[in-house]
Design a protein around this ligand. Structure first.
Ligand code: SF4
Ligand code: ZN
Length: 508
């Protein structure tokens, strides 16, 4: 097969996260690694094309993210749309690249990490800051022993040797050559318990992906989610008050919904104080064989939207997205062979972007505004957005100009009297996220770079401002949810490890 044929064959499945994996799979067929310049002419999606052209994708937002998959295990859910493939964790299909890799390596977490690191390095990526995305069914439903063993394997893989225990592997990682700067797990809202959150923090989890799918009780019942909206609110409150970042999965075109209903649910998601996710993944429902949704479709009780209707919904979701939310994904990359009904992404994102532009609308989400790699001369302004959510206030602070976002911080101000799951968080305001956008540098080089950059220490400035505000509001201390590998950074700012958080006293 020629490069063109290969690229066109896989074109619609390629996403920013997996494009290097595709490049490698084509290399196997071609017998050599195709150059990016040979690939991009055949890519239809403008965004992906740009990435192949500039080739700094994975590292563009500062870190190298990659997925590690857990072994197949029972999921307590019974959701009508959810596929189950033999030998795969519930909801995953084996032809997605991360799934293929995991299967080949018998779901061994250390081997998955090692292989992925090797691939990234061979393709010239910096791998000193790593963002791990743990995938596979419902995380909380796995036995705790397995979770801990799986996490130890990931840390060992990153560290490059096998430690005696998870704790010692974490300790080493704090100052290791490669550091874990974030870990996310995915689970069901009704499985987020106090105990579970305590375990997550011990393991180093900083972000959770919550399957919510619909913001309507009737639809939740119809799709047999097995939990209600209050469970979503409760999980969100507990996670926020533990500093954990939250990504919701939202599924338009579910049975019982309509384009209008989906748009209304998106409004509820962003406005209701119980919800308001930091991140969002939108996966329109697709009919996959051997699911209950497939039977509903066969019986004529369910229909997929027309492409026009689906686009209308997705554009409205983009238009409604507040400045403090980042749309991580807008459609699931799933291959044609699995889908009996539903619109597959061909160049959906590009089309949406163009249509929005024509209509004079814009997506203001973080992803659409975060500045790309490089050093900028722009004038930036400090912006603050405060809102009420269940169990506390959320303050989104940022340095931005009209076009771009340069740095942001999420500050949690828990309500007095809220139950804190960790003693070190009692009386504390919590920094859930600080992020400065730009090209990844190695850890030493970064310091050098900062001196030169126009935006020297934007993140630090935001931290200082957040401390000032917390103090004014009567909080005694500031706690940062720090990934294991970013503890050193906060140490330099005067923070010290207390329990699972980096903490500074604000009283003096
Ligand atoms: S909880 Fe998640 S993995 Fe389990 S059936 Fe529902 S969608 Fe699938
Ligand atoms: Zn956006």
């Amino acid at each position: 097969m020629s490069i063109e044929e290969l690229v066109r064959r896989d074109g619609e499945k390629i996403t920013p996260e997996n494009l290097e994996e595709y490049r490698r799979s084509w290399a196997k067929v071609l017998g050599r690694m195709p150059k990016n310049s040979e690939i991009w002419p055949f890519i239809e999606d403008e965004e992906i094309k740009e990435m192949y052209k500039t080739r700094s994708v994975r590292t563009e937002s500062g870190v190298a993210p990659f997925a590690v998959m857990m072994k197949p295990h029972y999921c307590p859910g019974n959701c009508v749309y959810c596929p189950l493939e033999q030998g795969m964790p519930k909801s995953y299909l084996s032809d997605e690249p991360a799934a293929q890799r995991a299967k080949k390596l018998k779901f061994d977490s250390r081997l998955q990490v090692e292989m992925r690191l090797k691939q990234l390095e061979e393709t010239g990526h910096v791998t000193d800051k790593i963002d791990l995305i743990v995938i596979g069914g419902t995380f909380s439903a796995y036995p705790d022993d397995y979770k801990l063993e799986f996490f130890k394997g990931m840390f060992d893989g990153v560290n490059g040797f096998v430690s005696d225990s998870l704790e010692s592997a974490q300790k080493f990682n704090e100052s290791g050559k490669r550091r874990i700067v974030g870990i996310s797990v995915e689970t069901r809202p009704d499985w987020v318990t106090e105990q579970e959150i305590i375990l997550w923090r011990k393991m180093g989890v900083t972000k959770v992906q919550l399957g919510v799918q619909a913001f309507d009780e009737q639809i939740l019942r119809k799709i047999e989610r097995g939990h209600d909206l209050d469970a979503v609110g409760e999980a969100t409150r507990m996670c926020r008050n533990a500093g954990i970042k939250i990504c919701y999965h939202f599924m338009p075109n579910l049975p019982g919904s309509s384009p209008e209903k989906d748009m209304e649910m998106a409004r509820v998601m962003f406005a209701d104080p119980r919800f308001q996710p930091d991140y969002l993944k939108v996966y329109p429902a697709m009919v996959i064989p051997d699911t209950e949704l497939f039977n509903m479709w066969k019986r004529g009780e369910y229909e997929s939207y027309t492409e026009e209707d689906l686009k209308k919904v997705l554009k409205e979701v983009k238009r409604l997205t507040p400045k403090w939310c980042r749309i991580d994904r807008l459609v699931r990359d799933i291959s044609k062979q699995w889908v009996s009904s539903g619109t597959l992404r061909t160049n959906m994102r590009q089309q949406l972007q163009e249509e929005l532009k024509k209509e004079g609308k814009k997506c203001l989400c973080i992803r659409c505004r975060e500045v790309r790699a490089g050093i900028y001369d722009a004038k930036v302004e400090l912006k603050m957005d405060e809102r009420e959510t269940l169990g506390g206030k959320e303050l989104f602070m940022s340095y931005e100009n009209d076009e771009n976002l340069f740095s942001m911080l999420r500050l949690r101000l828990p309500d007095k009297g809220e139950k804190m799951l960790f003693p070190e968080l009692v009386g504390a305001a919590i920094i859930r996220e600080v992020h400065t956008y730009g090209q990844v540098k190695d850890l030493q080089g970064q310091a050098l770079q900062e001196g030169k950059s126009q935006h020297r220490g934007l993140g630090k400035r935001l931290m200082a401002k957040a401390e000032e505000i917390a103090k004014e509001r009567g909080y005694e201390k500031m706690a940062v949810i720090s990934a294991i590998g970013t503890r050193e950074y906060y140490k330099k700012l005067g923070y010290a490890l207390e329990g699972e958080y980096m903490v500074i006293d604000l009283s003096e």
